[in-house]
Design a protein around this ligand. Structure first.
Ligand SMILES: C[S@@+](CC[C@H](N)C(=O)[O-])C[C@H]1O[C@@H](n2cnc3c(N)ncnc32)[C@H](O)[C@@H]1O
Length: 256
């Protein structure tokens, strides 16, 4: 099990685990997440160059980027998630490497590498997250950019180390997130509970969370510098009240 209160073993990390639990419900649970602003921002950042998406999933961002004319590649640990991408129009044409995005290679001349929806935290340790930044940098051409979407840790939301958060409330389906915090190791164990028309799915996920400043240091270790930080894909400036961030780190141009 990837989440819940099972003892945590970073060495046993399985990049396919999330998709095994999440694939069945993923598109329904993310149907309300309009990708338009993300796609506009990524289009602007890519300047027409090729894009690799780490954790491409079912193609929520990759397919509209490809439809707007970009060359898009992906890496994903989950064959189940990629099978859903393949079933969609245009999904067969996107090259995808199945494997862990902290280590596998999909090329080395990308203008943009993208890691959306907090998936940097799916990596089980600081070491694995640093490896991911280094891998992103290896995928980029000089001047290329690595874009990460992530929440800002909110340890104040927890009482006695636990929190229950309604994520979606609809007549036909409800999604709750039940979480336990381990501040000493910057870990949050969650199980999402999706109740829909008489069926219940449990989607466990571990997070090794980090503050933006720690991610900046990981980027620095990988030879990249912060270029932009916004609080959302609409590019609202990041400030004291921001609960999430879109961060863009840049690899230096050759002649820098
Ligand atoms: C929350 S989904 C995001 C999917 C897509 N990027 C989107 O925006 O809808 C996270 C995706 O990352 C994949 N994933 C998680 N950890 C991974 C890892 N270490 N290596 C490769 N893929 C991973 C999961 O299988 C899943 O498809």
């Amino acid at each position: 099990m990837p989440g819940t209160d099972q003892p945590f073993d970073a060495a046993a990390f399985d990049p396919a685990a999330y998709g095994r639990f999440a694939a069945r419900d993923y598109d329904e649970l993310h149907a309300e997440l309009d990708p338009a602003a993300a796609v506009d921002t990524l289009m602007d950042l890519a300047h027409g160059g090729p894009v690799v998406e780490f954790g491409i999933g079912t193609g929520r961002l990759a397919l509209p980027l490809a439809q707007r004319g970009l060359e898009v590649h992906g890496i994903d640990g989950s064959p189940e998630m990629v099978a859903l991408l393949r079933r969609k129009q245009g999904g067969e044409a996107i090259p995808v490497v199945i494997g862990d995005f902290s280590g596998v290679t999909a090329g080395n001349d990308f203008a943009l590498a993208v890691l959306a929806i907090n998936t940097i935290y799916a990596l089980p340790s600081q070491e694995a997250q640093v490896a991911c930044f280094r891998n992103a940098s290896r995928h980029l051409r000089p001047g290329g950019r690595f874009v990460v979407e992530a929440w800002v840790p909110d340890v104040g939301a927890f009482r006695n180390g636990t929190a229950v958060r309604p994520v979606q409330i609809h007549d036909g389906h409800v999604e709750l997130e039940i979480a336990r915090l381990h501040p000493a190791t910057q870990r949050m164990l969650t199980t999402k509970v999706h109740m829909s028309d008489g069926s219940i799915s449990l989607i466990p996920a571990n997070h090794r969370y980090a503050w933006p400043s720690e991610l900046d240091l990981m980027a620095q270790l990988a030879g990249m510098r912060l270029a932009y930080r916004w609080e959302n894909w609409e590019r609202t400036p990041f400030d004291d009240a921001s609960t999430a961030h879109i961060s863009v780190w840049e690899k230096p141009p050759v002649d820098a």
